[in-house]
Structure formats: structure tokens, C-alpha cells
Design a protein around this ligand. Sequence first.
Ligand SMILES: Nc1nc2c(ncn2[C@@H]2O[C@H](COP(=O)(O)OP(=O)(O)OP(=O)(O)O)[C@@H](O)[C@H]2O)c(=O)[nH]1
Length: 388
Amino acid sequence: METQNIVLIVIAALLLIGVVALFVVKNRRREELEAAPEPPTLPVGEESPAEPAPEAPQAPEAEEAPELTVPAIELPESVPSRMQRLRARLARSGGLGQSILSIVSRGDLSPEDWEEIEDTLLMADVGLDPTSQIMDALKTQTKVEGTRDAERVREILREQLLGLVDPSMDRSLATDPVADEEGKSQPAAILMVGVNGTGKTTTVGKLARLLVAEEKTVILGAADTFRAAAADQLATWGERVGVEVVRSDREGADPASVAFEAVKTASDKGSDVVVVDTAGRLQNKAGLMDELGKIKRVMERTTPVGEVLLVLDATTGQNGLQQAKVFAEVTGITGIVLTKLDGTAKGGIVIAVQRELGVPVKFVGLGEGADDLAPFDPEGFVDALLGA
Ligand SMILES: Nc1nc2c(ncn2[C@@H]2O[C@H](COP(=O)(O)OP(=O)(O)OP(=O)(O)O)[C@@H](O)[C@H]2O)c(=O)[nH]1
């Protein structure tokens, strides 16, 4: 019994020593941990190089959503409004009537006065034959009527000029889709031609706006591959009114292939009209003129070219007539666009050019502004020339 008690006391003592030892070890470990330096903190936004924290997907905040930059599409000016505005501008730059009326109002007309009237008409680029015709009519009528009244002379002059401008000519532009041989609807095709710098590219851009204002769907073809800037220029015009421009990425690309692509695109998209710009060329460069014929033929594989518009700079006056004749021979011009009439008193060129080519002036350019192109209106034009 005594031995049993001694064993129990020894076991109890050993257990007590074990518990005390465990407590001491645990306490020391806690003290060591508390004394250890804190782990370094990363600056806000930086990730640990060893283990990048996964980025939490962030829901886009409504107010911070990026704004869509859709280019604003412009609304071109309506046709009646631009005609009224441009008529006023033409009247300011014309003044043909004012000069003639100031001569007439001197009273009895001397041979020198008649000569002065004739010179005024010639200076306005009316042309030799039309001027003779007007002079004969003025002299005869005033003699028959025995009148020297300036207002009556103005009336006779107006009748004569209007007759020469010829209001009976068809100045409409073929912009309605046409049916091909298989009866499929194809776009109306317009080809723009002329010598360098007359305003072809600008006119194509302005024409696109005019067509958009008339609710037509349009495709433009930048077949002026000679001048890289021309395609950029056209692209800008197109962007402004939401019109697609077909162009080549390569400078000096074959203009006929660009023209073909433009017509093809317009056909595939079911557009109403395709307008093709071409590089300026001198009428005496046979190779370039042949190229124009090729462009037209290639376009006609898809749709007939209903309009070939010759762009003429009004300030070049009678010199432009010679060029015009050659272009007419090569491509069969259907109409004339007379540009830069705003900067000249040579509005009489309308008469001369129509007479020479037998095709009507269909549009006039009266400034560098986007909507400074208007359909040609004979009565408005003659009134503006006479300063009415
Ligand atoms: N004042 C005035 N300037 C015009 C008119 N039409 C075009 N222009 C200007 O004429 C210049 C030549 O125009 P473009 O359209 O580049 O001529 P382009 O015939 O395409 O030139 P090329 O491709 O080199 O043959 C530009 O500065 C136009 O702004 C117009 O009716 N009035």
C-alpha cells in the first residue's frame, strides 16, 4: 500500500512539472511573435511583385462610361435656300447690267457709246457672235421703238441674254437609279472631268451634299489617285454628310479600278447615285485623255454613266472653251459645272460655253463654302447679271 502511494505521488509530480514546462514554452513563443517586425505594407495601388493580387472586376460606373465619339452629320442647305443666297452673291460680282445702263442713261448714244456697250459684253466673256447678236438687236429695237429709255433698253438686253442662255435646255441631273440588262436596279452614275484646279473634287463634295439634301443615298469614288490629298479631301467631304467614299490605299493606283469599285459598292448597297472624281488633266495629253475613256468604260460594266460633268473655272474665260471641246469629244459631256463665278464679272461665259458645246450649264459654283453650289437657273442668272 505504501509503495502504491509513493508511485501515485511521483506521477502527480511529473504531470505538474510537464504542465508548468508547456506553459513556459508557450509564453516565450508569444513574446517572440509580438517582438517580430510587422510585414511591409504596399503603397495604395501597387501590387506585390511576388504575387499580384487578382484584379477584382469593376462594374462600369454610369457617370464614367466613355462617351461615344460619333462624328456629327451635317444637314446640307436646301436647294431653294441656296439658290436665293447665291443669286444675291452673283448679283454683287456681276454688274454687267449696271455698266450698260449707265452708258444708256447718258441719252443720245454716240458710236463711242455703242462701242462701249459692245466692249462691256465682250469683257464679260459673252463671246464674239453672241455679242454681235445682242448689239444688233439693241440697235434695231431702240430705233424701231424710237426709245432711249434706260429701263426699256434693260428689258431688251434681258430678253436677248435670256434667249442666248436658253431656258429651254434640259438642266436636270440624271440621279434616278436605272435598270440594267437583267432588269436589276443600278445606281445613277456621274463622272466628273476637267483640267487641273478647276474645282472638281470640291464640286464632287458639294454635289454629294446637294444630293443628300434631296434625300438621295450616295457613294463617292476617289479616282483622283494622282494627288493623294484629293482622296483625303473627298473623305472629309463624305464624312461631314455621312456619305461613304471608295478610295485606294495606294497613291498612284489605277483610277479605273477605283472607279469600278465605287460603282460596284454603290450597286451592292443599292445606293441611288455614285459620283466619281477624276484627276485634273490637260486636254492635249493623249494618254491621260485615253485614261478618262477607260474609266468611263469600266464604270459602264455595272451601270450606264448617265452624266459626265465638265468642271470649268469661270475665271479662265474663253481659254476654257478649247479645253472643253476636247473633253466633250473624248467623254461625251452631258453638262457643265461653272465654278468660281463668285470671283469674276465674266458670267457671260455661260452663254459662250453652251453655244460652243451645245450642252447646258447645270450647276454653278459661287464660293468655297460647303453649300456654295446651286443648280443653274437661267432667269435668276440673267437677273443677277443685270444687277436686278
Ligand atoms: N471661289 C471659289 N473657289 C472655288 C470654287 N470651287 C472650287 N474652288 C476652289 O478651287 C480650288 C481647287 O479646287 P479643287 O476641288 O481642289 O480642284 P480640282 O479640280 O479637284 O484640282 P485637281 O485635282 O488638282 O485637278 C480650291 O481652293 C477650292 O476651294 C468656287 O465656286 N468658288
